[in-house]
Ligand binder design. Sequence first.
Ligand code: 13P
Ligand code: SF4
Length: 311
Amino acid sequence: MSGDQAKMQNRDADLIEQLNRLKKERNAVILVHNYQRAEVQDIGDFVGDSLELSQKAARTDADVIVFCGVHFMAETAAILCPDRTVLLPDAHAGCPMADMITAEKLREKKRELPGASVVCYVNSSADVKAESDICCTSANAVKVIESLDSNEILFVPDQYLGHYASTQTGKKIHLWPGYCPTHTRIRREDIIQKKQEHPQAKAVVHPECRPEVIEMADAVLSTSGICRYAAQPDVREIIVGTEVGIIHRLQKENPDTKFIPMSERAVCPNMKLITLEKVLWSLKEMTPRVTVPEPVRIRALQAVDRMLATV
Ligand code: 13P
Ligand code: SF4
């Protein structure tokens, strides 16, 4: 180990010690998304996908939820737990896809499609959730759509997850033109090249990927779905078609499996804004807090609760 690496390790150990002390004092829980930096994943009380994290938030008895993820995830925790303090250690950690739709734009579209049920991906603001009939995540989009009586769906804001769901259900799905700038960096050429280089490997992708990438994959799964897939005893080599941060967890849980990023460019800069220093600062200062105005929260909660009752 180099001198610099040793210094870094000591610094992290010191931060973690302070963090654990404060966590106890505040009765806090640290929820971490699968795309977070390795060192942030390692201090999490729970690391998971959007669905698991909202389920954890709904059940926690902690007074403070430190959400290491992006804004819509912390906001979902605030929708579910209005009596808890929800902290997002960097207020600028947003999701560009969630910003590709507003409640006003959605209301306009609903007027054009009065017969359609509105399904919103959890990657959306509380205002958009409040205008929707039901929420979904990448883990349950197909199941949620199938659970609805209506055969006509308006799916917002991710056109690619919506398109994937339309191929799995017989329903008419109107798509919103939103997309994830990180997953759309993964191109058809990337999956072709990686499959050629690693002919034995399974290619697993997130449903936010482009349809031409999804078409060539062996499995289409949420981030935690990818983690469960990797735990199968007969899988030894996987091409990972999602944000590269997940490879830390995959490698930690499956040390003998080889993980190959489908594209090194699939990095979500917003997820990487959360650092150990910011988590400690946030818990010390009890800021930045994420809250949702009560009238919006009550309506958004209906959409989230309907989803949680379906899965
Ligand atoms: P998961 O719910 O699959 O973790 O996905 C969240 C997300 O933002 C993917 O980009
Ligand atoms: Fe949003 Fe994409 Fe980042 Fe997920 S990976 S948080 S969808 S920008």
